[in-house]
Design a protein around this ligand. Structure first.
Ligand code: NAD
Length: 494
């Protein structure tokens, strides 16, 4: 089952590399594999099964059979709860191995992988596990001679397609509520970071989730991802990734069985700072963390700093001074605050976006280059560009790297107009000493998540998702359960 390749001073976890279908690890029928690499060194970690439409069909068939036989869906909700809580405990027990795998496979700092990713994944399964026996149907207020029950039922087979920036957490946000509602799941992790998903499936099985209920098909987007999107027996798709690919899933649904599509797509968060903020250092800390955390590979990254022109130079200087603290290091070093970006290809895309920004008139304040090239890994220095034109590519397109674009404004009306002036509507932030003014701005943002005088506050109890082309449907909170259930009205004449 394990094909580990990379020789390293670091002991490697024993990677799972085959697809997980119907309770067992199996190779892709074609025998093909793809490379899982360590972006911090360029070394090969493992060859992973490249599932295609044939394997996806096997997984969907297994998921359907498990669903129809009621192996999971017909369990007492309290038993589903106990199993999911056991699964959460197993994730906690294996958090070091999972965190190390995540770091090796996608480059994020080990301290974040352990303290944030592994913990958040376990907490997410525990939260939705607790929901299993607390979700009720309804009795509609009809005339007294009739009884109308509104049942909440699982949709059936749910396919989850996830990105590489938070592989475990993005999978948990979808798989946990889908399982809590009694669905069967087929998960396709991003090809850049498939390793933790495969281990999670194994742990789920160990926790007692029956065969066929949680399947993982690693593979390329155009193969495994597309096959799930087009499959006639998938009832719902839960997707997190780029807006471009999200749109493809709408098309797949239209071309196939009109499966429900839930999209969590890209973002271009505006971090708006009014002239009256009392503590510029605190703002600078929040901006730096907001854009440089996770190498900027965050859908809600504070990629656009909109700052009142009266305090702009001062704030930019303070953020630039902090940038050095976010200089990438070895992701395995517990002291590193930033690590490698996900791949060499992605590094080149980030650097090209910076170069284009400069051609379009932006002024480089700091960064703008590859670093740690001697490691063979893909690293980008924390980068700040000022004088960015709000309509330029730099300010409009998601870069998904440690690149801050600074835009000045005169007055909050102009700030709101610029903030709302992209195709995205995921995150936004407003900082001001005047709380009433800040809340008025918060209401005018077209964004699903708004931070007032803070940034990236987070809790599993709050809905997460976007407006406009950032998608629709919400992860996290009780609202996520709506994506994974259907309402059925049952009438009885009394
Ligand atoms: P991506 O869109 O390239 O890939 C996402 C998933 O879709 C992967 O599993 C990939 O294999 C699959 N895919 C790719 N091409 C496909 C195709 N033609 N058909 C079917 N499936 C296909 O995104 P990414 O680069 O992995 O992740 C980065 C993106 O994710 C960013 O845009 C980021 O904003 C977004 N994201 C959004 C949220 C959110 O909650 N809104 C959270 C995290 C990441």
């Amino acid at each position: 089952m394990t094909k580990m390749v990379a020789p390293s001073a670091q002991p490697l976890p024993s990677f799972r590399t085959l697809a997980f279908i119907d309770g067992a690890f199996v190779p892709a029928m074609s025998g093909r594999t793809f490379r899982a690499e360590n972006p911090a060194t360029g070394a090969l970690l493992a060859e992973v099964s490249a599932c295609d439409a044939v394997d996806v069909d096997r997984a969907v068939t297994a998921a359907r059979r498990a669903f129809e036989e009621g192996r999971w869906a017909s369990l007492r909700p309290v038993d589903r709860k106990r199993t999911l809580l056991r699964f959460a405990e197993l994730i906690r027990a294996h958090r070091e191995e999972l965190a190390l795998t995540e770091t090796l496979n996608m480059g994020k700092p080990i301290t974040d992988a352990l303290r944030i990713d592994a913990r958040a994944a376990a907490d997410c399964f525990a939260y939705y596990g607790e929901c299993c026996d607390k979700i009720y149907g309804e009795v509609a207020p009809t005339t007294p001679d009739q009884l109308a029950l509104v049942l909440r039922e699982p949709v059936g087979v749910v396919a989850c397609v996830t990105p590489w920036n938070f592989p475990m957490v993005m999978a948990a946000w979808k798989v946990a509520p889908a399982l809590a509602m009694g669905n069967s799941v087929v998960l396709k992790p991003a090809e850049q970071s498939p390793l933790t998903a495969l281990r999670l499936a194994e742990l789920a099985h160990e926790a007692g989730i029956p065969a066929g209920v949680f399947n993982v098909v690693p593979g390329l987007g155009e193969e495994a991802g597309q096959a799930l999107g087009l499959h006639m027996d998938v009832d719902a798709i839960a997707f997190t990734g780029s807006t471009e690919v999200g749109k493809l899933f709408m098309g797949y649904s239209a071309q196939s069985n009109l499966k429900r599509v839930h999209l969590e797509c890209g973002g271009k968060t505006a971090f708006v700072v009014a002239h009256d903020v009392p503590d510029l250092d605190a703002v600078a800390e929040a901006v730096a963390g907001g854009i440089f955390f996770n190498q900027g590979e965050m859908c809600t990254a504070a990629s656009r700093l909109l700052v009142d022109n009266r305090i702009r130079a001062d704030l930019v200087a303070r953020i630039a001074a902090l940038a050095t603290q976010w200089m990438p290091g070895d992701p395995l070093d517990p002291a590193a605050r930033a690590g490698a970006v996900v791949s060499r290809e992605h590094q080149q895309r980030i650097l090209a976006a910076i170069a284009q920004g400069q051609k379009d008139g932006a002024r480089l304040v700091t960064g703008g280059a590859a670093v740690r090239e001697e490691t063979g890994g893909a690293f980008v220095a924390p980068t700040i560009l000022d004088d960015v034109c709000p309509s330029s590519a730099l300010a409009q397109q998601e870069i998904f790297g440690p690149v801050l674009s600074v835009i000045g404004f005169d007055g909050l009306d102009e700030a709101v107009e610029i903030a709302n002036g992209t195709i995205y509507g995921l995150g936004a932030s407003i900082w001001s000493a005047d709380l009433a003014a800040a809340h008025k701005v918060a209401r005018r943002f077209k964004a699903g998540i708004v931070y007032v005088n803070c940034f990236d506050a987070d809790d599993i109890t709050t809905p997460f998702g976007g407006m406009k082309q950032s998608g629709f449907g919400r992860d996290k909170s009780l609202h996520a359960l709506e994506k994974y259930s259907d309402l059925k009205t049952v009438w009885t004449r009394l």
